[in-house]
Design a protein around this ligand. Structure first.
Ligand code: BDP
Length: 718
């Protein structure tokens, strides 16, 4: 070996190209990377050397443990816990009622200002003393406030004189697990369920607490631990003991446990001959069941119900309405402060009405007929968690009923856990949409936060992407979607960019150049996915059943589960006519949206084929034909992902090895699949358009027969 080569090899050996650490993702955004900026560290030393947290409830104990551990890791300080306000720099935390010192520091704050979950963080100088006070009306507010302070430190964005008042926008901020008792997860792509039902209640996995910590750190305050396609077994004493054990772990982090209720449980597990919600025996059965649950779990949250949808039992099996069913359950949990979240995701293939219209038709007449402790949980769009849908027309249309948002964090229709798709732009797009229900300014966010129609019972839920894989979500960037859901549930006005920036700094890097590049990639990634899957308002053209990969040709089985039902491509054109001359789904929106969606010239182009069947040669705003535009959109999506791959490659050796390599491989798969989507869809739609693939669009790699012939076995999530 010549000498230069030997020297080079020695250098390569001695100087690792990349940080040696390989983050396995387990710690999520709570990895607390030590602050390295010297000036910042000096500032923290002066302000945070001492910590005085008053109160000894389980929630306050979590608050204390979390804050001291986090602060120590971030700053390397030997944090001193004190019982009186001593030391020059001190963090003082507590509730107004339990800490007279806190109350005296914030004597200008009226009781009730923060509420139980809100908080104030304020920097106060008293002579040479630096006090940072974190205060709330409730213990949970103190916990959230201390997590906020940790976030400010770990994102290096702590103001010199903080004066922050935060209150959550909605009362219920919940994750929905579609986890089954056999350990599988419906539409789950990150391994099996984190709940080990078999070992509960005896074995409490450390994961449960870490799950609770992560949720509390972003303000999530409840979890529905079972699938909406419910199993009545969970209501039996054997399983309730397991549920109670999980509730014990969640409680110190301010998280309530909820269950899905299978509507015919009185028959399935109670030996009753009916589950008719008006039957006195059934009413009694649920009342007793609620009493049993609350005796084990005094702070049990309540029930989430999927009824008369996709084969699930419900009140209509007994000739009763959704209101009859919901109210019966609501009465059972009302004495204990429980709620019922009744899902509006109902449609029936025996009803000859556009599926997009059915939930609205079913529920609007029931407005005002529900008990005070019922919320109607509505998916963000009228079909089913598509890459892009208009907002659900029910938002704004039921003024007398609290409507809860249901988002899907797990990427059922967005490339499973394999594709990097940052969902905050999707969530925000929906939340910011103006329903015009009470004139302009009636955004979806105001419907769900209760301000539009003056509701105090409010909520938002996200179908989680969590599984028992080491990194929780399968894809590292899936963690960002969990994080973003929590942050937006707390404050729907946060921008996707702000949230991404926080998450990147807490999870990957502080380097502003790298962080900026990652943020840009995240922000564009949802639109990229829309483009390579379902541009211009196309929807539900995924493969049958598992929904992974393209399947625009799916035409067999239940019509409303086929792709041809939704795209309606023929030689004349493509798209679902939902105008007045078609299904008139556009008519379910308030003016001026109804007429805007109805008019192909005014309908936003990104929803054109949702509302219109348009000729292939229709001239788009760009001057191109619809066909050419569609081809170019598909290509644009593919190009973006290729750019992400190149960008990511440029991070080699500049970020953690484990993170780098994991995402690198995932992006390779995504790029391959984006192209597969483009090629398959364009070849299929070309059989109708009969137009050539325009310049600037790569020719498909294989034939249509090839793509149609691909079969996949054991795709996760079913
Ligand atoms: C669809 C899923 C199905 C769910 C259903 C629901 O494909 O697995 O059970 O929604 O939300 O998106 O009830």
């Amino acid at each position: 070996m010549n000498r230069t080569l030997t020297t080079l090899l020695i250098i390569l050996f001695l100087v690792p190209l990349s940080p040696a650490r390989a983050d396995d993702g387990y710690r999520l955004w709570l990895g607390y990377k030590p602050v390295t900026d010297r000036a910042a560290l000096e500032k923290y030393r002066q302000r945070f050397g001492n910590v005085m947290i008053t109160g000894d409830s389980p929630v306050m104990k979590s608050a204390r443990d979390e804050f001291i551990a986090g602060l120590t890791e971030l700053t390397g300080l030997k944090v001193r816990e004190v019982n009186s306000p001593e030391g020059r720099g001190i963090v003082v935390a507590g509730t107004f009622s339990s800490s007279p010192f806190v109350a005296s520091l914030l004597s200008d704050v009226n009781p009730g200002t923060t509420g139980e979950e809100g908080y104030i963080i304020r920097g106060i100088r008293q002579g040479r003393k630096n006090i940072t006070v974190v205060a709330s009306d409730g213990d949970r507010g103190v916990l959230y406030g201390l997590f906020h302070l940790l976030r400010l430190i770990s994102t290096e964005s702590l103001p010199d004189n903080p004066d922050i008042l935060e209150r959550p926008a909605t009362a219920l901020r919940l994750l929905n697990h579609w986890d089954n008792l056999d350990g599988s997860v419906e539409r789950g792509y990150a391994g099996g369920s984190i709940w080990n039902w078999h070992l509960l209640p005896g074995y409490i996995s450390p994961r449960y607490r870490d799950y609770a910590r992560a949720n509390a750190s972003v303000g999530i305050n409840g979890t529905v631990i079972t699938n909406v396609n419910a199993n009545a077994l969970v209501l039996t004493p054997q399983y309730l003991a397991k549920v109670a054990a999980l509730a014990e772990v969640m409680r110190p982090y301010g998280i309530k446990v909820y269950l899905t209720a299978r509507f015919n449980a009185p028959q399935e597990t109670g030996n009753l001959s009916t589950s008719d919600p008006l039957d006195p025996g059934v009413i009694r059965w649920w009342r007793d069941k609620a009493a049993e649950i609350y005796s084990l779990i005094p702070d049990f949250g309540g029930f989430l119900v999927k009824a008369n949808s996709e084969g699930q039992p419900g009140p209509q099996n007994y000739g009763r309405s959704h209101a009859d069913g919901a109210n019966m359950l609501a009465d059972a949990v009302a004495p204990y402060g429980g709620v019922v979240m009744w899902r509006a995701f109902v449609y029936d293939n025996n009803v000859p009405v556009d599926r997009a219209k059915q939930a609205y038709n079913e529920f609007v007449p029931l407005d005002g007929k529900f008990r005070d402790n019922v919320l109607i949980q509505v998916k963000n769009g009228p079909i089913d968690f598509q890459p892009r849908e208009p907002f659900h027309p029910l938002f704004g249309a039921m003024p007398s009923t609290p409507l809860m948002m249901e988002f899907q964090i797990t990427q059922e229709y967005l490339g499973c856990a394999t594709h990097l798709v940052y969902l905050a732009p999707l969530f925000s797009e929906v939340l910011e949409s103006d329903t015009y229900a009470a004139g302009s300014g009636s955004e979806v966010s105001k419907v769900i936060d209760g301000t539009l129609y003056k509701h105090t019972l409010t909520g938002i839920a996200g179908v989680t992407n969590i599984g028992n894989e080491r990194n929780w979500t399968g894809h590292l960037f899936g963690q960002a979607n969990w994080y973003a859901f929590g942050r937006l549930a707390w404050n729907p006005e946060l921008s996707p960019a702000e949230i991404a920036s926080e998450w990147i700094r807490m999870t990957i890097t502080h380097d502003p150049d790298i962080a900026g590049g990652i943020e840009e990639m995240m922000l564009g990634s949802r639109e990229a996915a829309v483009n390579y899957m379902t541009p211009l308002g196309l929807h539900h053209i995924m493969a049958e059943g598992h929904h992974w990969g393209p399947g625009p040709w799916v035409d067999r089985g239940r019509p409303d589960w086929t792709s041809v039902y939704y795209h309606r491509a023929d030689t004349a054109g493509i798209g679902f006519d939902r105008t007045t001359s078609g299904s008139d789904a556009a008519g379910q929106y308030f003016p001026p949206l109804d007429s805007m969606f109805n008019d192909p010239e005014r309908c936003p182009e990104n929803l054109l084929l949702w509302f219109h069947h348009m000729p292939w040669d229709h001239v788009m705003k760009s001057g191109r034909s619809l066909w050419d535009e569609m081809c170019l959109k598909y290509q644009e999506g593919v190009n973006r992902v290729n750019e992400y791959r190149e960008f990511w490659e440029s991070l080699r050796g500049r970020i953690d090895d484990g993170q780098f390599e994991h995402v690198r491989q995932m992006l390779d798969i995504q790029a391959y699949e984006a192209r597969w989507w483009k090629d398959a869809c364009l070849l299929y739609f070309q059989t109708f358009s009969r137009m050539p693939i325009p310049d600037g669009v790569e020719q498909p790699q294989h034939s249509l027969e090839y793509y149609r012939g691909l079969k996949f076995h054991y795709v996760p999530g079913i």
